[in-house]
Design a protein around this ligand. Structure first.
Ligand SMILES: Nc1ncnc2c1ncn2[C@@H]1O[C@H](COP(=O)(O)OP(=O)(O)OP(=O)(O)O)[C@@H](O)[C@H]1O
Ligand SMILES: [Mg+2]
Length: 293
């Protein structure tokens, strides 16, 4: 389907075409906030999006799991405009954005974090968030300062505002990554492994922040290897493997699917699922699991 058939915002790559009214898979919710239609992307022989179609509704909270190299971060790149698909179309808030760059998509309301936090290291925490409020959120002057303070409080960074970002520990770095994305005032927030490497109490704190953001009506897609954090938070879970969605539905249902279990064999996710199984309970870790630990 062409997404450049009507006049859009000149020079932005954003087109006025209305997205197909397919709604959000299995929810009856329509129209979708985000829609991917037959999106393809490869790096040489590595396929990261294999004719991928996906719809996410306004205020939906969706988790994504998948083995290393499945194409999860690449999917965020495609949605946020850091990667261009080789074919297919992407719609956001009813507009074609396939050709829009990352800055234009950010201003439309797509905010993302990066798996490896990318703050401006020499700038303070406050300055990092202020840049995001002004450049992504479009606020200026006092309003931008007030918005930055609010975001810093919501993400638990109020005590760190004057620290250079490069001096933050891992939890605060992850929080700053969320804060910078939130500061762009997104309608859709893409979280890429914000809980990776954190302790269980730290993961729980981050999950609380995610739930609070979701309660405000912001749609969230959260990629995470820490599966228990996702299942305790999201209402819908996708499993990605080889650029394909091999599971989509309620978290428990998706994690019980044979195809999903198969791709996680020998990984830390399998160990976590095993430990949480009410019938078998914790089992000794496999050699592969021990290697990963
Ligand atoms: N810019 C790039 N150039 C070449 N190959 C890339 C590029 N980005 C990603 N890849 C490759 O595409 C595949 C998918 O990468 P991606 O980062 O999307 O996986 P992922 O599911 O996020 O994995 P992880 O769980 O390890 O973060 C990997 O094989 C990766 O090496
Ligand atoms: Mg990744």
């Amino acid at each position: 389907m062409p997404d450049s058939v009507t006049a859009g915002q000149a020079g932005t790559g954003v087109t006025g075409v209305v997205a197909p009214a397919t709604g959000v898979a299995g929810t009856g919710v329509s129209p979708a906030l985000l829609e991917l239609d037959a999106v393809c992307k490869s790096f040489g022989k590595v396929v990261v999006a294999d004719n991928l179609s996906l719809a996410v509704g306004e205020a939906e909270l969706v988790g994504i799991v998948g083995p290393n190299g499945a194409g999860k971060s690449s999917l965020f790149g495609l949605i946020a405009g850091d990667l261009a698909p080789s074919s297919g179309h992407i719609f956001f808030a009813g507009k074609g954005v396939t050709k829009a760059d990352a800055a234009a998509r950010c201003r439309l309301g797509i905010g993302r974090t990066f798996q490896v936090p990318k703050p401006f290291g020499a700038m303070t925490v406050f300055e990092n968030v202020l840049v995001a409020v002004q450049q992504g959120g479009g606020l200026r002057g006092r309003a931008s300062y007030a918005a930055a303070v609010e975001v810093l409080e919501r993400t638990g960074l109020a005590a760190d505002v004057n620290l250079p970002a490069e001096r933050l520990g891992l939890l605060s770095r992850k929080r700053l990554e969320v804060a910078r994305a939130l500061a762009t005032r997104p309608r859709l927030l893409l979280l890429d492994e914000v809980a990776g490497g954190l302790t269980d109490p730290e993961v729980a704190q981050l999950a609380d922040i995610v739930r609070a953001i979701s309660a405000e009506g912001i749609a969230i897609i959260w990629i995470e290897h820490v599966v228990h954090a996702l299942t305790a938070t999201v209402s819908r879970l996708l499993c990605l493997s080889g650029g394909l969605i091999i599971g989509d539905g309620e978290p428990e249902t998706v994690l019980a699917m044979p195809a999903v279990r198969e791709v996680f064999l020998g990984t830390e996710v399998t160990a976590e699922l095993r430990a949480a199984d009410p019938v078998t309970g914790p089992a000794p870790a496999s050699a592969a699991d021990r290697e990963q630990a």
